[in-house]
Design a protein around this ligand. Sequence first.
Ligand code: ADE
Ligand code: ZN
Length: 343
Amino acid sequence: MPPTDGPFGPVMPTAELHIHIEGTLEPEMLVRLAARNGVTLPTTDIGELRSRYRFADLQSFLDLYYANLPVLRTEADFYDLGRAYLERAAVAGVRRAEIFFDPQTHMANGVPLAAVFGGLSAALADGAARDGVSADLILCFLRDLGAGAAEETLAAALPFREHFIGVGLDSAEVGHPPSLFRDVFGRAAAERLRLVAHAGEEGGPEYVWEALDELAAERIDHGIRAMEDPRLVGRLRDEQIPLTVCPLSNVALRVVDALEAHMLPAMLEAGLRVCLNSDDPAYFGGYIDDNLEAVRRELGLSDAQMATLARNSFDACFAPDDAKERWKAEVDDYAARNAPAAG
Ligand code: ADE
Ligand code: ZN
């Protein structure tokens, strides 16, 4: 079962719905996998590797993220990556994880899809059995490789249909609008796959509109730039469309100037269904618990707002309704136990 208490007291139960498994590749594992697979890295010094994790924007991060991925070669590598994330997520209070992966990168690196699915699925099964974390996979299309490549990827992945529950859209946003992917998302919907898309991270509100109207996205990943468009905010609020917000990522990629300037409080104030996530925790300075702690500290979120984020995460997830209700009841218990004593 997942721990109910962390090193600093009780841990709030949450779902994590915006996590790229490749973005959990810590420098220590990078070095270990490089040695195991005979891959040469520019350096094996952990401190030096970590010191390179400073980014000017999304593209400068993606350049490093993709450059590190050739160390992932075998089913065992994908298992180890997934297993390490789920162990860490359990400590952070995660009950439910919906995990992105980027198959196009691995296929381009010569890795068979069977190794990717085999390793990650085995890690998810062990995460459920050993850590009590319910988890599923969401296959992301790399938008900068275009719609044709996305179609080919979906076709190649369909023989593994039982191993993933949905599709998403990630990588370099600006210049690669959601509308380009309408047909492939339609095909995914016909396969009863759930639909999510990164939009409104570096791209403007129009990318969020397109993700909703052209892709029928059920959740928007990031979506923070929606706040620039009051009509869009109204739509997101009225339809309670979930937004998977990643504050430490936004600071690391300079999408916001500083955590204190983050629009999360305004999003909550506007009644949006926002939840918190870590995106690529090995690169952005923390896992989901670090993100939660940072917004509590820097943005002064109240206990009630923290609990709202957790309830939203379960409302927004793709698990069965009975599990969602059970997890939300756990949040209520947590909130009640941690409420300041009356009087
Ligand atoms: N791939 C991994 N992390 C990403 C992010 N924050 N935005 C777009 N694509 C990504
Ligand atoms: Zn992301």
